[in-house]
Write a protein that binds this ligand. Structure first.
Ligand code: DOR
Ligand code: ZN
Ligand code: ZN
Length: 348
């Protein structure tokens, strides 16, 4: 038997699904991402949402200013809604800074912006995206409250995603933050135009962790964590070496006081420990040798971007996730797994 490796060097990874927010939060969270990742797909769910290339351009400038001298490329996205101007698709492709359009179904309760009320209404936009080969990123959950919250991803796949990929076979689609066996099966069976991102929390935890000795707001994200059989399916897919599955943290910072409250926000902040969390998940699946493909190759290959050339090194060197990360004047963010020890550590 091989001895357990003490260090692991892989090509520098990218984060294909990231929330950076703006202002003080952006300043506080960005260094954690740039320390590890060369690029990140930046989600557009700000207030107001980023719906035009011009807005994406100015948001990109704020991110680059916050990054300062650190080398980092934000890959911008546009927020799709019922009023979306189809002319933005061609502009986006030509801009070379906007790399995708993000679809949130209306009512996804993260930021209160109006998402898409009926997918069919966006078919003209998908037509243009297919023509210009601009990927569609999907938060794949129905918002129909009559559907059980644990079934909302499967229902969205049946009701909206199956018809979408059938009607637009040339459209590249990323099913974001997959959380179920149904999503794994859908992506595996679809054409090579369809891929998925996987978060560390959906690989490491099941829904029991929401109620571990009490209510755990920092384990609450959407899609909500599922049963163990779903976690195992997501873990197996991500660690299989299948290029359709790649790293997207969905790191979603919310202030501590907005998480630890009667109606807490959805989202796990993982940017400060992401690669260590993924290493732990891959090790659990006896698949550390597949981490590099998942973290550093499959994403750029799908997006048609070059792979990074430099590398990062992880060491088996336990460290404890900080209990809080300061934000601006007197606010803070509680990171995912705060106070827990992780086995792998990102070296400078
Ligand atoms: O838990 C989540 N938080 N899921 C999302 O899809 C969005 C995110 C956020 O923006 O906070
Ligand atoms: Zn989402
Ligand atoms: Zn997200």
């Amino acid at each position: 038997m091989n001895p357990m490796p003490e260090t692991l060097t892989i090509k520098r990874p990218d984060d294909w699904h990231l929330h950076l927010r703006d202002g003080d939060v952006l300043l506080a969270v960005l260094p954690y991402t740039t320390r590890c990742f060369a690029r990140a797909v930046v989600m557009p769910n700000l207030h107001p949402a980023i719906t035009t290339v011009a807005a994406a351009q100015s948001y990109r400038e704020r991110i680059c200013a916050a990054a300062g001298t650190r080398r980092f490329t934000p890959l911008m996205t546009l927020y799709l809604n019922d009023q979306f101007d189809v002319a933005q698709v061609k502009l986006a492709k030509a801009s070379r800074i906007v790399h995708a359009v993000k679809l949130y179904p209306k009512g996804i309760a993260t930021a209160g912006q109006p998402g898409v009320s009926a997918i069919e209404r966006c078919y003209p936009v998908f037509d243009a995206m297919q023509e210009h080969d601009l990927p569609l990123l999907v938060h794949a959950e129905v918002t129909d409250v009559s559907v059980d919250i644990f079934d909302r991803e499967g229902a969205f796949i049946d009701r909206s995603l199956e018809p979408l990929v059938r009607n637009f076979p040339g459209l590249r689609v990323v099913v974001e933050h997959i959380s179920t066996l149904e999503a794994v099966r859908f992506v595996e069976a679809a054409s090579s135009k369809v891929a998925a991102t996987v978060t560390p929390q959906h690989m490491l935890l099941n829904r029991n962790s929401l109620f571990e000795g009490g209510l755990r707001p920092h384990h609450y994200c959407i899609p909500v964590l599922k049963r163990e059989e779903h976690r195992l399916a997501v873990l197996a897919a991500a660690t299989s070496g299948n290029p359709k599955f790649f790293l997207g943290t969905d790191s979603a910072p919310h202030l501590k006081r907005l998480k630890e409250t009667a109606c807490g926000c959805a989202g796990a902040f993982t940017a400060n420990s992401a690669i260590a969390l993924y290493a732990q998940a891959f090790e659990q699946a006896n698949a550390l040798h597949q981490l590099e493909g998942f973290a550093s190759f499959h994403g750029p290959d799908f997006y048609g971007l070059p792979r990074n050339e430099d590398s990062i090194t992880l060491a088996r060197k336990p460290w404890t996730v900080p209990v809080e990360i300061p934000v601006g004047q007197g606010e803070s963010i509680v990171p995912f797994r705060a106070g827990h020890e992780l086995a792998w550590q990102l070296m400078e």
